[in-house]
Design a protein around this ligand. Structure first.
Ligand code: GLY
Length: 380
């Protein structure tokens, strides 16, 4: 067997196991929203949670390949339930991209459902409305839902880089450039204030919401203001690659590359990132399999977009290494756990969801496997 055949075998095998597991999970999870798997079972969460789009997203990923109608029906039911968040409106936050891209945009791209398009445009308009004109950033959270008791009116976070493609998609489908203008301004703020010279990123930057002046970086879900939270790096790597795909502005390609180089240079032997690359206590340096899966999917996009052949190839090879390690040491193919990937770290500083299965880890892992099988279209 050639090495290419051997590689296709593990990818194909992993995909088939994952698809079969999602079909089984459809019977137990149904149209509920899930976030964290503890002791073998996924919890049930509210439709407002930033993670609510990933279960329907997983269903759409497997539907796209299998055309299994029961998956489509459940994904559509989840999407209808997400309307509660749009109706409630005031409790929506910047993570509407995470929620409505793998649900409504996925549905629209796969089936042309006109209601899905309208839902996604409504939340894109909400996201655009969070733009702070003075500071040129999209506000992350609402009052009372940040960290501690400080006002967060001037806070932007690195995760938002991944929400920006909702705005870029909205400009494409409406022909109105304003959504794109806002995405580009926020992305420029990310390059200027979040991505450091060495390619590491901070989680939160606090700006003065009146003047737009930068006040300080905050540690947030990372270990410290100057540390390197691995999932934040993965969001920025992937998000900036998407910015480049939509705009073809070289600055985003360079930003994504810089982050990729930092991420890859700091990987441990098994190619799966710890939750923060700078955390000094190696005993408690838990892995974050979700950061690994997100980065791998982002690296596969970067490898496709990269103009320098050798670099593009290297990103692809490294993405495969990460995914193979996840397959061999982190994935549960049977039903011992509802999660597909174990050993994710949700929020170490808040002591939440440590060494757990995380639905976004599962989503990006399966998305990346689909890319390795040749799937070019993404929901982002
Ligand atoms: N809020 C996104 C994350 O925890 O990665």
């Amino acid at each position: 067997m050639s090495s290419t055949d051997a590689e296709m075998n593990w990818v194909e095998e992993a995909w088939q196991f994952a698809a079969a597991k999602v079909i089984r999970l459809n019977a137990s999870i149904g149209d509920n929203f899930v976030h964290v798997s503890h002791e073998g079972s996924y919890d049930r969460t509210r439709s407002h949670a930033w993670t609510a789009g990933f279960w329907p997203g997983l269903l759409w990923l497997v539907y796209r390949d299998t055309l299994n109608e029961t998956l489509r029906v459940t994904a559509e039911r989840c999407e209808q339930k997400l309307d509660a968040g749009i109706d409630d409106f005031v409790n929506l936050h910047h993570d509407v991209g995470f929620i409505w891209m793998p649900s409504s945009v996925a549905n629209y791209k796969l089936t042309g459902n006109p209601l899905s398009k309208i839902r996604a445009l409504k939340v894109a308009s909400w996201l655009a409305g969070r733009f702070n004109v003075r500071g040129k950033f999209i506000r992350a959270w609402n009052e009372g839902s940040g960290i501690g008791s400080r006002s967060n009116a001037g806070w932007a976070i690195i995760d938002c880089t991944m929400n920006l493609s909702l705005l870029l998609w909205a400009s494409l489908v409406t022909g109105d450039p304003r959504y794109r203008h806002i995405a580009v301004e926020h992305a420029n703020t990310v390059l200027r204030h979040f991505v450091r010279e060495d390619g590491s990123c901070c989680h939160i930057v606090a700006f003065n919401p009146e003047t737009g002046e930068r006040i300080e970086a905050l540690g947030g879900q990372g270990y410290a203001p100057d540390s390197a939270w691995s999932r934040g790096s993965a969001w920025a790597l992937y998000g900036l690659a998407l910015l480049y795909r939509y705009t073809r502005d070289e600055a985003y390609l360079q930003g994504s590359r810089r982050i990729a180089e930092f991420f890859l240079a700091h990987l441990p032997e098994d190619n799966v990132a710890p939750w923060d690359f700078s955390f000094p206590d190696k005993e408690r340096a838990h892995k974050d399999s979700s950061a690994a899966a997100i980065a791998a999917s982002g690296l596969l996009l970067l490898s496709e977009l990269e103009k320098e052949e050798a670099a593009g190839k290297r990103y692809g090879v490294n993405a495969r290494r990460i995914l193979k390690s996840l397959c061999e040491h982190y994935a549960v193919w049977g039903d011992k756990d509802e999660a597909i990937l174990l050993h994710g770290t949700g929020n170490f500083p808040a002591n939440k969801n440590i060494d757990a299965g995380l639905i976004y880890g599962d989503y990006f892992f399966v998305e990346a496997l689909a890319k390795l099988r040749g799937q070019k279209e993404t929901f982002w």
